[in-house]
Ligand binder design. Structure first.
Ligand code: DQA
Length: 144
């Protein structure tokens, strides 16, 4: 059975309370429950985590290289700024990373239009709320 790390970056621990008009009413625990439910259907094992700290996310990407067959990554605001996360994704190649955002980052402020994750991601899903996580798991399950 494939193990998939689902990694969440800064401020995503506040989902449900944080700007619900943009991010919706579900909590991160609800998103984790959706992922576990989808993983059951797709015969995946999911390791779901969140950190507000860039270096912790880098450490988890390194760990994913040894312990997983793929990563779903919502790096939050670090998506737009972090060369360290960009480098970590390159460093763990060929472990596939699917970039996910709850909101459509291209329909928001210009600084969100740039992603340092995207150039080395298998693909990117944004704008579908928590469903994006399930779609990303589906994409990883479909890979040989
Ligand atoms: C986000 C989009 C980012 O621009 C933002 O900084 C976040 C959440 C999303 O899921 O839509 O924290 O990654």
């Amino acid at each position: 059975m494939k193990t998939i790390f689902v990694l969440n970056g800064p401020n995503l621990n506040l989902l449900g309370k944080r700007e619900p008009g943009i991010y919706g009413n579900k909590t991160l625990e609800d998103v984790a429950a959706d992922c576990r439910e989808a993983a059951g259907r797709l015969s995946l094992q999911v390791d779901f985590r969140q950190s507000n700290h860039e270096g912790v996310l880098v450490d988890w990407l390194h760990e994913a290289a040894d312990k997983s067959q793929g990563v779903v990554l919502n790096a939050g605001a670090y998506t737009h700024t972090s060369i360290a996360i960009h480098d970590a994704i390159r460093a763990i190649s060929p472990v596939p990373v699917v970039e996910v955002h709850l909101s459509n980052i291209h329909a928001r402020e210009p600084f969100r239009h740039v992603s340092k994750v995207a150039p080395h991601a298998l693909g990117m899903i944004c704008g579908f709320g928590p469903l994006g996580y399930t779609l990303a798991l589906q994409a990883l399950a479909a890979r040989p």
